[in-house]
Design a protein around this ligand. Structure first.
Ligand SMILES: Cc1cc2nc3c(=O)[nH]c(=O)nc-3n(C[C@H](O)[C@H](O)[C@H](O)COP(=O)(O)OP(=O)(O)OC[C@H]3O[C@@H](n4cnc5c(N)ncnc54)[C@H](O)[C@@H]3O)c2cc1C
Length: 275
């Protein structure tokens, strides 16, 4: 199928894009088009106007400080895979990016588009929740607001953004040099959306030990361990205690789904430990 006819504009600034959204109630932003494109072609979305934000220079920028890296919303998965954003999480973001779809999708798809689309099985939704990243959102007033990825993603394809707002970037706090991370996604074929995602982060210098179970159909489930210890990780040495832990944290599913959620987290923990 082909998409319904639409008008198309390419604003040059965030303010212009927000004004266009405010003036056109049914307009849609398009970035890489890797999620919106199929929806247009299937006519699941029929916006009269597409606002292409990929020529807005400020959305493609990367800003580094000692404590964080801010990745512009239109930075592609491929650019992150190629480490063009530096390594705020010791190479972890490049590792996650390399597992998203196929290189062709990664060269178009953007970090901002992925987060706004908020497919529960998407890689950035779980991995950036685990890192405690924040999303920068700007509306017609021009004053940016910051919201944690954990609060931004309210559920499956449901995010905390108004129609006339745009995601301008993602603020990723730097992990310390001693931090270690693990990531594992279970999917039928390489490059596909996940059936289960496990993320493990241990940063002793920052007192952070966190496990995330993603791709469960809603928002990712976050489990924080006691500050300064990695005892939480040992819970996943045994599948039974791992399952109890995920049950208590609110991960739901039938027996098969619970098994793959436990396995995904277990393998993330094993990767963190370098096994
Ligand atoms: C074959 C295939 C396989 C895939 N596999 C995976 C996978 O394994 N893992 C994974 O995580 N993803 C996967 N994806 C999705 C891919 O990562 C997309 O890039 C991503 O989901 C959307 O990014 P985009 O830039 O293409 O957004 P678009 O498709 O352009 O937009 C998506 C949505 O976000 C809105 N939007 C985009 N940018 C902004 C912004 N800055 N501010 C406000 N709203 C915005 C749009 O209006 C739209 O509603 C796959 C896609 C395809 C086609």
């Amino acid at each position: 199928m082909k998409s319904a006819a639409f008008d198309y504009v390419r604003p040059r600034s965030v303010a212009e894009a927000c004004d266009l959204l405010a003036e056109n109630a049914d307009a849609k932003v398009v970035a890489g088009g890797q999620s919106l494109g199929p929806m247009l072609n299937l006519r699941l979305a029929q916006p009269p106007l597409l606002i292409d934000i990929t020529r807005i220079a400020e959305l493609g920028r990367i800003a580094e400080t000692d404590g964080a890296v801010t990745i512009g919303a239109t930075v592609t998965h491929a650019a992150i895979e190629d480490q063009k954003i530096g390594a705020p999480a010791n190479g972890f973001l490049a590792r996650v990016a390399s597992g998203i779809a196929y290189r062709a999708v990664r060269t178009r798809g953007t970090i901002g588009g992925s987060l706004v689309h908020a497919d529960p099985a998407a890689d950035w939704v779980s991995s950036l929740t685990a890192l405690g990243a924040e999303i920068l959102v700007v509306g017609p007033g021009g004053t940016p607001r910051r919201v944690s990825v954990a609060d931004f993603v309210r559920g499956a394809m449901d995010v905390a953004i108004e129609h006339d707002e745009i995601v301008t970037g993602v603020h990723v706090p730097r992990l310390s040099a001693t931090a270690r991370c693990g990531y594992h996604k279970i999917c039928r074929k390489t490059g596909e959306f996940a059936e289960a995602i496990g993320v493990a982060v241990f940063d002793p210098d920052r007192g952070l030990c966190r496990v995330v179970a993603g791709a469960g159909g809603g928002r990712p489930v976050v489990i924080d361990g006691a500050r300064g210890t990695d005892r939480l990780l040992a819970t996943f040495d045994d599948p039974r205690s791992g399952r109890e832990c995920l049950d208590e944290a609110g991960v739901t599913g039938d027996d098969y789904q619970m098994q793959i959620h436990v396995a995904a987290v277990q393998r993330a923990v094993q990767e963190l430990r370098g096994r």
